[in-house]
Ligand binder design. Structure first.
Ligand code: GLU
Ligand code: MG
Length: 351
């Protein structure tokens, strides 16, 4: 038996040789002296058990949080979070009817992905106690006036100093921080399939929806795929980079890892921070137009399937499986209307 191979009894009792599973791929940021923190946000819509969803709503208001739809549910969610150690930093009423958002505090990347899964379970349990069902779907209903995002924030530090504050670049961004943003943006058109994981993602990833449909970055810019959050009193965890294009139909483990891989690649290649886009990119003159990210699922999969960077990041096995499953979804559901898809997949990402 050669090194790195294991013998197992075959179906007919013969010893078959199988390659030992490859060692887990390391992101390599730590090996390069960079410490990483990741924290995610989750938006969701509460439906009544009978599938309806309505009532008065005040976006970002206190009313929904104190009213029946919110108060008992949010109190139970906070208790469950405390019991399970989920770092629930904030909960608020979003702008869509019956839409809430929670923000999870920063942790190491793997725990951040675990926390997304735990949060979805706890939201499901708390909602159930109050007769609701949460939908995390990018488009929970064509009647709902808002889509659900699952934005991901990350921050990098080297020797305790943030790469995104204290420097001489825009908003204090240091050269390595700028390279990380550049790397993230460079791979975004081909990696969008890792972050926007379903046919419904395209109905969310549209200009004017605060989903970051434009391939650019900007300070607190909700139309930019990469929204920069500077170190201010309003950001108690310090400066972070927010990837807005992510929705809950993505695999959080893959999406977080792809985001960090692309940022790290930008640092390794010493890329320069691209020009910042302030304001709505859709309002820029034609000469300065910012491209939109692919949002049509066949195109998303075509660019992902042609990406050698995706194979370098995820490996052949993951890419083959991912493209097969997602291609099947396009084949089976590709011709369905947005309304039919919203209904069919409303609770697919609920637990
Ligand atoms: N609901 C928006 C989305 O789909 C995000 C709104 C916000 O900026 O928080 O991503
Ligand atoms: Mg939000």
């Amino acid at each position: 038996m050669g090194a790195g191979r294991v013998h197992r009894a075959g179906r007919h009792g013969l010893a078959a040789e199988h390659p030992r599973p490859a060692a887990p791929r390391r992101l390599g940021l730590g090996a390069d002296g960079i410490d990483t923190l990741v924290g995610c946000e989750l938006e969701f819509t509460l439906f009544d058990a009978d599938g309806t969803m309505g009532g008065p709503w005040s976006a970002y208001g206190l009313g929904p949080v104190l009213a029946d739809a919110g108060s008992g549910f949010l109190r139970d969610l906070a208790t469950l979070a405390e019991t399970t150690g989920l770092p629930l930093d904030q909960a608020h009423a979003e702008y869509g009817t019956r839409q809430f958002e929670i923000s999870l505090g920063p942790t190491d990347p793997l725990t951040a992905a675990d926390n997304v899964v735990l949060a979805r379970i706890l939201i499901g349990r708390a909602a159930e106690r109050h007769g609701f069902r949460p939908s995390f779907s990018p488009l929970s209903s064509t009647e709902a006036n808002a889509a659900n995002g699952a934005h991901q924030h990350f921050s990098f530090t080297r020797d305790g100093a943030s790469l995104f504050s204290g420097g001489t670049g825009p908003h204090g961004i240091r050269p390595e921080g700028g390279a990380a943003i550049a790397g993230l943006l460079r791979r975004l058109p081909e990696f969008i399939g890792f972050h926007a994981g379903s046919l419904l993602s395209g109905a969310r990833l549209l200009p004017g929806h605060w989903s970051g449909a434009h391939a650019c970055w900007g300070l607190e810019n909700r139309e930019a795929a990469v929204r920069f959050c500077a170190a201010t009193a309003g950001n108690p965890h310090g400066a972070s980079v927010e990837l807005k294009v992510v929705d809950a139909s993505a695999n959080p483990y893959l999406s977080i890892a792809a985001m960090l891989w692309a940022a790290h690649e930008g640092i390794r290649d010493e890329l320069a921070l691209p020009v910042e886009v302030t304001g709505d990119p859709a309002a820029l003159p034609a000469g300065a137009a910012v491209p939109l990210l692919p949002n049509e699922q066949s195109e998303v999969l075509a660019v992902l399937g042609a990406s050698t960077a995706a194979v370098d990041f995820a490996g052949e096995d993951i890419m083959t499986a991912l493209l097969a499953v997602r291609g099947h979804e396009v084949e089976v559901y590709g011709a369905a209307s947005a309304a039919a898809l919203a209904e069919r997949f409303r609770f697919t990402w609920s637990m």
